[in-house]
Design a protein around this ligand. Structure first.
Ligand SMILES: Nc1nc2c(ncn2[C@@H]2O[C@H](COP(=O)(O)OP(=O)(O)OP(=O)(O)O)[C@@H](O)[C@H]2O)c(=O)[nH]1
Ligand SMILES: [Mg+2]
Length: 360
């Protein structure tokens, strides 16, 4: 899972990146305005993995991971042909956006629009993305029309289908609404993958708040699909992320009335936004968490581990995590008849412990 941290200059993207990853990238009260990308991979905290690891005492314990990319260099105006190829590339590669919006007041940090106005800033980047997508749709529609005029008969039906779909998207964008709000069939979704539309990607809006207790999201009307909004105190959370001692972290959180560190909240919300969950593999060698889309099947889980497991799939041995914890050991799980043998089409549940039987 790859999450791209975006936002206007000086909104606190790098600060939030540090908070989420524990990195110590320098943050500056001025913005270079240039495309600058930083990436970090972090483990997804999961107490279930900790508990399985305690039981199996494996040589290796591996958590699921999330990749964060801090993408600096977006600004007002990029929609008007100002989006460079490399920037477009960075934006298209991510699975979802973490949109950082400045909500902290600080005279030492200049704002590109002079004043601090979170809702205006949120809409600024949103409109740029809408425009970028609108231009892509229009370019593609123009090309389809050209093809139609050339009159290749064999492509006519395909052309008509794609044109109709893109016209629906066009209407949505003209109405200044993101593409993720359009009803799409799974096939339509698939056919749009190659375009890398920006407003089709899930968004987690992060209001980067200062120390006053006003709510930057007050009055915000932002009911979009695959969209979440949270407020956090970036600078404070970045400081917490630097603490090594869990007791210090606990003290800090208590003092500032934060129920859990933002890195956990953000990962949790991102999983929800992307509709993914976890299953586990286990043994003396390794206890490991894997992420899988909700609704994913046993054979998809197998493919996540290794293509050979999917190719030679025979059966999946499945134990529900709760059943395992209640029983305490694999043998006891078996004795209670709680280990199931499932086929390729079995829909994996969150927390399933899986061993794939396969033959290649
Ligand atoms: N007071 C206050 N300052 C903050 C907060 N978050 C970030 N800053 C400051 O704002 C400035 C910009 O923060 P960055 O994290 O570098 O912002 P950015 O979005 O990465 O900026 P560019 O990449 O240069 O566009 C720095 O001086 C930060 O210390 C906050 O929550 N409160
Ligand atoms: Mg930055």
């Amino acid at each position: 899972m790859r999450l791209g941290i975006i936002g206007l200059p000086n909104s606190g993207k790098t600060t939030i990146f540090n908070a989420l990853t524990g990195a110590t990238l320098p943050t500056e009260p001025f913005s270079s305005g240039q495309l600058e990308v930083h990436t970090a991979v972090v483990n997804v905290p999961d107490v279930r993995v900790d508990r399985l690891s305690a039981v199996f005492a494996p040589r290796k314990t591996t958590y699921a991971t999330v990749t964060y990319t801090d993408i600096g260099g977006l600004d007002k105006g990029i929609g008007q042909g100002g989006l460079s190829g490399p920037m477009r590339n960075e934006l298209q590669q991510v699975d979802a956006f973490v949109h950082v919006v400045r909500a902290f007041a600080d005279d030492a940090v200049p704002h590109p629009q002079e004043t601090v106005d979170p809702i205006r800033d949120l809409e600024t980047i949103d409109s740029e993305f809408l425009l970028v997508d609108l231009i892509s749709v229009e370019n593609r529609l123009a090309r389809l029309e050209e093809e139609r005029k050339k009159g290749k008969v064999e492509n006519r039906q395909q052309n008509a289908l794609e044109t109709a779909l893109l016209e629906r998207l066009h209407a949505q964008l003209e109405a200044e609404q993101p593409l993720r709000d359009v009803d799409l069939t799974p096939e339509e979704h698939k056919s749009l993958r190659g375009y890398g539309f920006l407003t089709l990607k899930p968004v987690l809006v992060v209001f980067n708040a200062g120390d006053d207790n006003s709510d930057p999201a007050a009055g915000l009307d932002y009911a979009h699909r695959q969209t979440q909004v949270i407020t956090l105190r970036g600078q404070l959370e970045a400081e917490i992320a630097q603490l090594d001692d869990p007791d210090d972290v606990a003290l800090f959180l208590e003092e500032y009335a934060i129920d859990r560190p933002s890195r956990e909240r953000v990962i949790h919300l991102s999983y929800e936004l992307l509709g993914i969950h976890s299953f586990f593999t286990y043994g003396d060698d390794e206890v490991r968490a894997w992420s899988l889309r909700k609704g994913g099947t046993a054979v998809e889980a197998a493919a996540t581990i290794h293509t050979d497991l999917a190719r030679g799939f025979i059966r999946a041995e499945v134990i529900a995590y709760e059943d395992f914890i209640a029983a305490g050991s694999v043998n006891e799980v078996k004795a209670r008849g709680k280990m199931r043998l499932e086929g390729k089409e079995y829909v994996v549940h969150d927390g399933d412990m899986i061993i794939i039987r396969f033959n290649v």
